[in-house]
Design a protein around this ligand. Structure first.
Ligand code: F6P
Length: 364
């Protein structure tokens, strides 16, 4: 197909720094080709609400490159294949994906750009299988989407976490304490690993390397014995003891979104160290600070390249694909090769090995 096209873009799931850079790049590059652009608000929910889809002009995306969040807002509640509906007997889920396809047809869309992590890209793929011309853009601070060297948002989250560790470093030193910092990442340890190594963490606990509590105790005890009067312990929220479960703050059943919320492992590690070593510990749970705020240079640049790349995929008719970064070049991978999989830290990969070589403990 040639000539002007109509495309829409949505930001699904949780937000990540750089979303606005991507939306801006999609809108500007498409408009520069003479195409018409729509923004779907609140993730997939926008397909089911009145006025949930609006035209995006160059004016709408002016001045947003440096801002956090998404001008289209985000939601992880609107999965069209499992859309929540309240009935007399409680909440049920119904498949409303057909309505998304009808709405896209009514709008005359030639392409839908889904910016999302594993959940939203999975929905995108199912919509593609039902005939919708979809392309994906990998987004998440967790960096766990396979098929791309990196997702946008990850670099900013690492920068934020590293700066927090730097700040904890000076207060830890002046009070001679063990500082435990819990970072996000769900089942992936990328943020803990990168920010932990960059921030000079002494112990880094990640989900990919189940830890032996005794090894963590030994590591901190050895530091104390050497005269190191403070320590930094960086813990991924999904880190688990070798003979235990991950620490869940809110179960899927109790959560209004239906998604389990991790949290609390930092506190458990601190209590372990205090009890065993009689050292003074403090815990910082960094939380959503990692998701908010202005994106780094790298995420603005990557987001811009991903946005332009997605519009190129539509132009080439390469639907059912996701833009990706391979060796600093923008390329694409089929969504079918991405969905349902996770890219995790290799327990014996170069980065972990380098950290161990300088004395970082992983609790193994
Ligand atoms: O997937 C991104 C992420 O920030 C995870 O690191 C974290 O576990 C989760 O989302 C938090 O989700 P919510 O915003 O729903 O609390």
């Amino acid at each position: 197909m040639t000539g002007p096209r109509r495309v829409a873009v949505l930001t699904g799931g949780g937000d990540a720094p750089g979303l606005n850079a991507v939306v801006r790049a999609v809108a500007k590059s498409a408009i520069n080709k003479g195409w018409e652009v729509f923004g779907v608000e609140d993730g997939f929910e926008g397909f089911f609400t009145r006025n949930g889809i609006r035209t995006l002009s160059k004016d709408d995306v002016r001045g947003i490159l440096q801002t956090g969040g998404s001008i289209l807002r985000c939601s992880n509640r609107g999965d069209p294949f499992r859309f929540p509906k309240q009935t007399d007997s409680g909440w049920v889920r119904e498949d409303r994906s057909g309505e998304v396809i009808e709405k896209c047809q009514t709008l005359g869309l030639d392409g839908l750009v889904v910016i999302g992590g594993d959940g939203s890209l999975g929905i995108a793929y199912r919509l593609f299988e039902k005939g919708l011309p979809v392309v994906g853009i990998p987004k998440t601070i967790d960096n766990d989407v396979p098929g791309t060297d990196v997702t946008f948002g990850f670099n900013t989250a690492c920068q934020t976490a590293m700066e927090a560790i730097d700040r904890l470093h000076t207060t830890a030193a002046s009070h001679q304490r063990v500082m435990v910092i819990e970072v996000m990442g769900r089942d992936a340890g990328w943020i803990a690993l990168k920010a932990g190594v960059s921030g000079g963490g002494d112990v880094i606990l990640i989900p990919e390397i189940p830890f032996e509590p005794e090894e963590v105790v030994k590591k901190i005890a050895a530091r104390e014995a050497r005269g190191a009067r403070f320590s930094l312990v960086v813990v991924a929220e999904g880190a688990t003891p070798r003979s235990g479960e991950k620490t869940v703050a809110v179960t899927a059943e109790d959560s209004p979104t239906g998604f389990e919320r991790l949290g609390g492992i930092g506190e458990r590690v601190a209590r372990l160290l205090e009890t065993r070593l009689k050292v003074e510990c403090r815990v910082t749970v960094l939380g959503h600070v990692q998701r908010g705020g202005s994106p780094t240079t790298r995420d603005r640049m990557l987001g811009t390249r991903f946005g332009v790349g997605a519009v190129d995929l539509i132009e080439q008719g390469r639907f059912g694909h996701m833009v990706a970064l391979h060796n600093e070049s923008i390329t694409s991978v089929a969504l079918k090769d991405v969905v349902g999989k996770s890219k995790l830290v290799k327990p014996d990969g170069q980065e972990v090995r380098a950290a161990e070589a300088i004395g970082v403990g992983f609790g193994r």
